[in-house]
Design a protein around this ligand. Structure first.
Ligand SMILES: Cc1ncc(COP(=O)(O)O)c(C=O)c1O
Length: 410
């Protein structure tokens, strides 16, 4: 096995946690089993397998993805407020085994070992692990105290990369635009635009990836920032926009997608996808296409959004009740997604193996240590919690357990 392929730290943590059967996990970004769309999936399966339904649905499909589903996705994306009509074509869409596969295909086709990808601070830790596995260096763009990208600092970073001779190794920039993992923050439209202008000013002409895995799971209204596909400032740049049906719909069906603006890059991704699997499950795609086509997705989402919004409130209230905010812990209540990001007092060290983490495991609660989401110079006092999977009473209990440990250490 190559040296870069270290076993995942988080897998180790999960394995240890499973040894303790009473442990409550607010670590994994799983969705809530109690509201997964059994009814809708059953309805779709019945329709797709009726005696006179075409047999093709049980056959291999196109490597690029089912055309009908791509058309539904195109319409869905264009339906977000302010999105530019006609800016996405079905021929630009690739349906993948989760958006994770599209991310992997993008990195495999853009980068060689030793290349650099610019990321936010913090960023999606599984993506950071993937980069490490591919021998790609992730470089974090500085952030402001409120979590936004520090554009002035990023200009300085670009200059440093130039002077240190690393500039030509920068091959892509990765953003999580909506209710991000782990921070649950969105990138304001003005910041997206300024970032593209900065890239232009500094002659950084590299593909931009916008990951929108949680975009559909807003609690009150869609986040009012257009995607990079609709922003003129990004017109000159190659782009990949990533979305998924795993978080907002049927998680285990693992259907996600990418929209790629560059035909040559897309062709490379498709040929690599052919090496992986010749195409995402045709049957799963058929189910999602059916749900979208019948207009059932949006009504299902309304239920999901309310459910997760209530769960976010529960976690927030349970944490507040422990009094840790007065002891230096800070967090924002999420406005969408499945995750909550907490910053502890500076002396707290939440890393795996440290007393804080060990105590949480002993007290029966599991979280994701924040340092995994950074790329060097990481603060060690952050954690990512998820209110996605646990049912209400266990969620409240897990949050309480976490808060009690945080209180002891603060
Ligand atoms: C930010 C982000 N992007 C992509 C993914 C991959 O999701 P999936 O492959 O299930 O579509 C995840 C999953 O947790 C995520 O948090």
């Amino acid at each position: 096995m190559g040296e870069r392929m270290d076993p995942s730290v988080i897998t180790d943590l999960m394995a240890r946690a499973l040894e303790n059967r009473d442990i409550l996990s607010i670590a994994a970004g799983f969705t809530d089993n109690s509201i997964l769309p059994k009814q809708l999936v059953r309805e779709a399966v019945l329709a797709l397998t009726e005696a006179d339904a075409p047999n093709g649905i049980l056959q291999y499909g196109l490597n690029q993805g089912k055309l009908g589903l791509r058309e539904e996705i195109r319409q869905w994306l264009e339906g977000f407020p302010g999105e530019r009509g006609g800016c996405i074509g079905t021929d630009q869409l690739i349906v993948s085994n989760g958006s994770q596969q599209s991310l992997y295909l993008a990195m495999q086709t853009l980068c060689d070992p030793g290349d650099i990808v610019l990321v936010e601070r913090p960023s999606y830790f599984v993506f950071l692990e993937m980069l490490k596995g591919l021998g790609i260096e992730a470089v974090g763009m500085p952030s402001l105290p409120d979590g936004r990208i520090d554009l002035e600092g990023t200009a300085g970073l670009f200059d440093d990369l130039k002077y240190s001779g690393k500039w030509n190794r920068v091959k892509a920039l990765y953003l999580i635009g909506y209710f991000a993992n782990p921070s649950s923050r969105c990138v304001p439209e003005a910041d997206k635009v300024e970032l593209a202008k900065l890239m232009d000013e500094k002659d950084l002409f590299v593909p931009v990836l916008e990951d929108a895995a949680y975009r559909d799971l807003y609690f009150k209204e869609p986040y009012p920032a257009r995607s990079i596909f609709s922003l003129e400032a990004y017109d000159p740049l190659p782009k990949l926009f990533l979305g998924t049906f795993t978080k907002p719909f049927a998680t285990g069906m693992k259907v996600g997608y990418g929209v790629c603006s560059d035909a040559h890059w897309l062709e490379k991704m498709l040929s690599t996808k052919g090496h992986h699997d010749f195409g995402t499950s045709h049957f799963s795609q058929g189910i999602i296409e059916y749900v979208l086509k019948q207009g059932l997705y949006e009504s299902y989402l309304q239920h999901q959004r309310k459910h997760y919004s209530e769960k976010a409130d529960m976690m927030d209230e349970a944490l507040e009740a422990t009094g840790i905010r007065d002891l230096g812990w800070a967090w924002d209540k999420p406005e969408g997604g499945l995750l909550m990001w907490l910053r502890g007092p500076e002396h707290i060290d939440t890393r795996i193996g440290q007393p804080f983490c060990e105590t949480c495991i002993d007290r029966g609660v599991l979280y994701v240590p924040g340092d995994l989401s950074f790329t060097g110079n990481e603060p060690d006092n952050c954690v990512r919690l998820s209110y996605g999977a646990l049912e209400s009473d266990r969620l409240v209990e897990a949050s309480r357990r976490f808060g009690e440990v945080a209180k002891t250490f603060s």
